[in-house]
Structures are given as C-alpha cells and as structure tokens.
Design a protein. Structure first.
Length: 403
C-alpha cells in the first residue's frame, strides 16, 4: 500500500485498465476522518474506504464525468476508532487518468472506556462526573453503571451531538425502565435531555446508542439533585411610581442544582413583574407583594414587599379665604395613603409648618399672618407605621396681605 500523508493532497494516476491504487491512513485517536477525492482526467472512477485488512467496507462512491477542465469532487466523513484504514481507488471499466485525494482528521476528544459496550463492561459513573462519549462506525454502543447506596434524587444530563440517538435506563436485572429519543442534533446544534428521578438504592445502567447508522459524540453528566433551602433577595425595594427596577434574587446553597426562580405580583395594578427575570415595572403608588418561587420542586418561596412611592405632585391650588385663613386643594394621587402639606413665609421653607392629611385632598389653614406664604404638597404611602414620601410639588404662593 502507498503511505497516505494526512492533510496533504496527493496526485495519483490510473495508468492502465484494471489498475487499482491503495493508500493507508493511520489515526491515533477516535474522531472524524475526512477523505476529499477529486476526479480529473480519469473521467469515471470509484473510491472505497476499508479497514486495514480490507475485511470491512465503510463506504463506496462513484465519481462520474470528471475531467481536467471540469473536475468532480466528493467528500466522505467517517467517525472511526484509532487504527489504520485503507483507501481503494480505481477506474470504472477501461477508464484511466489522473485524480487527487486528501485525508484530514478531527479528534473527538472522548474519554469513555474503550470497551464499555456491554452490561458486564459498563463504565462506572461517579457522582458529579461528566464523560464525553463517541459513537463510531465500529463502536456504536456505550454502557455506564451507577451505584446508589440509598434512595436519592438524581439527574442524568445527556447532551447529544449525534443526529438521532437513544438514552435508556436499565435496572440491575437488565430490564429497561426508561427510554428517551433525542432527535435532530448536530455539532452546531446539540440537544440536551435531563433525566431527573428519585430512585431507590440499587444498581442502574445507562445505555446510549444511535438511531440507524448515525455517529458522533455526546456528553453525559451524573449529579445528585441539591434542592433550594432558602431564597435570598438583596437591593432596594422602594421605588417611585412609573420607574422600573430588577429584584436581585438568588438561591441558597450556591450548589443548588436548579437555580431557576419564578416571580409573580400580588397586585398588577400597582406593579407587574417579569416571571423569569424579576424586572418590576411600577404604575401607581402603594405596597405590593412580589412572590419569588423556586422551580426545583423544593416548594421554597419568598415574599418581598415593594413600596411604590408617589410621583412628584402637581403644584397645589389655593386662595385667601379670610383675613387669617387660606384654602388649599390639590389633585389626588391614585394609591396614596395621604398627603403632607408644608407652608412657610420663607420661599426656602425655613421654619416651615407641616400638616398631614388623609382621606381628602384639601385643607383650610388658620391663624396665618398678613404675609406672603409659600405652600407645597407631597403624597405618601404608609406601610407598617412607616411613611414613604414622594417628591414635593412646586410651590404655590398665597398672599395674605391682599384684602
């Protein structure tokens, strides 16, 4: 056989009718062997790929109507185990002439046992271990073994890069208990299936094999499920109406298997929340409870109270009602618990007096001097004896010196 150099293109010549050229290609790791064949003046030819002793044919391809001015190209990609492989090239019938051929290789970087293709030789899979497997033309079946010493909730995370494959669970008596088809995967678009179950103590086997002649790699991870014990929330939970913010929530412990959380609002009139991201959008003043729930089956929840402060109010209205009285009124604020009014003879509100008003949006101020007064108002939300104020309105001037 002629020695085949990987990743370099070799020119060959079928010089006489019936001549056959052989090349050998050696690969040291499991992976994908790519053979690029180009028919030139040979016109019609065949390329075949075998194991080294020519007892197994992997593929056979006809390459027709080639020429030096219009070459025909063909590519074969095979998932193969380490070893030496043979290429056989010959003309169809009496065709003779030139061609070119090239081999290249990509390693699968798998680390599963080389003989894990039966129940008896199943590879032991340990807790929190991830293995990369490879289903090839000559090794299309892998077994793994898991020993559970006690009843436990476990997860097997199977990520397939194989077009179509199967994931199965078998018990200690070699009886199939579960089967999952994983279809339409590829190297560019892998598909992941998660098997999660509470199993009694015992021995279990995982069997992975392709649908039909599909080949390729996969990863398999075995982990014990860690449930959420507590939901933690940090950051400010007081916001002005109309603003948005994100609730920073996380689960404890940090190695919880499924850290997904779901958010919901107790009053969507006050605020809504994105169920996945925890982003809160507020609409009006008030207090709203946001419920955060773990999605891992632990039934853990956390209720967070969000205070939505009123917006800055519009400037109040008012006029002199009598020599020493003034009447002040304003537009009510939806969701507000009440209002605070402030009035002063100083426009900077030094030594200002304040009054808190509930259940109405007006007030009469008495015992005023015959001076010019500055008045402003703000709304508030009361929660658990604490007041949360919005911004002060612009000031209103009331001149008590006028008759």
């Amino acid at each position: 056989m002629k020695k085949r150099q990987k990743s370099s293109r070799v020119s060959g010549q079928i010089s006489s009718s019936g001549e056959t050229d052989f090349y050998s290609v050696k690969i040291n790791k499991a992976g994908w062997l790519t053979i690029d064949y180009q028919g030139l003046s040979v016109e019609d030819s065949y390329i075949e790929i075998y194991n080294y002793d020519l007892t197994k044919e992997y593929c056979r391809t006809n390459v027709y109507n080639s020429s030096d001015t219009a070459p025909k190209n063909h590519t074969d990609v095979l998932a193969l185990e380490p070893g030496t492989y043979a290429l056989k090239i010959y003309g169809y019938g009496k065709n003779v002439g030139g061609y070119r051929v090239r081999a290249s290789f990509k390693a699968a970087n798998n680390n599963e046992s080389s003989n894990n293709d039966t129940f008896a030789t199943a590879q032991n899979l340990n807790l929190n271990q991830t293995v990369t497997g490879f289903l090839s033309e000559d090794d299309a079946l892998d077994f793994y073994k898991v020993e559970l010493k006690s009843r436990k909730t476990i997860r097997f995370i199977y990520t397939s890069y194989i077009r179509d494959s199967y994931f199965q669970i078998w018990d200690k008596d070699y009886i199939e208990t579960f089967k999952q088809n994983v279809y339409s995967a590829s190297e560019e678009n892998p598909k992941t299936y998660v098997y999660e179950e509470t199993l009694p103590a015992g021995t279990y086997y995982i069997k992975i094999y392709p649908y039909g002649s599909n080949t390729g790699r996969y990863t398999l991870k075995y982990e014990g499920k860690v449930l959420t014990q507590k939901i933690l929330v940090s950051g400010n939970k007081v916001v002005t109406a109309g603003k948005s913010f994100k609730l920073n929530a996380s689960v404890w412990p940090g190695n919880t298997t499924n850290k997904e959380l779901e958010f919901s609002s107790g009053d969507t009139g006050i605020a809504t929340v994105d169920s996945k991201t925890g982003r809160v959008r507020t609409y009006r003043a008030g207090r709203v409870n946001i419920t955060i729930s773990a999605k891992d089956g632990s039934n853990k929840t956390k209720v967070v109270s969000v205070i939505v402060r009123p917006k800055k109010m519009s400037r109040p209205f008012g006029y002199k009602k009598s020599k020493r009285k003034a009447y002040i009124y304003w537009s009510s604020v939806s969701g507000a618990s009440g209002y605070q009014i402030q009035y002063s003879k100083n426009k900077s509100f030094k030594k200002a007096k304040k009054r808190r008003i509930t259940k109405r949006s007006y007030v009469t101020i008495s015992k005023l001097a015959r001076k010019k007064y500055y008045v402003r108002v703000r709304a508030y939300v009361k929660s658990k004896k604490k007041y949360y104020y919005g911004a002060w309105s612009n000031r209103k001037i009331i001149n008590m010196r006028k008759n």
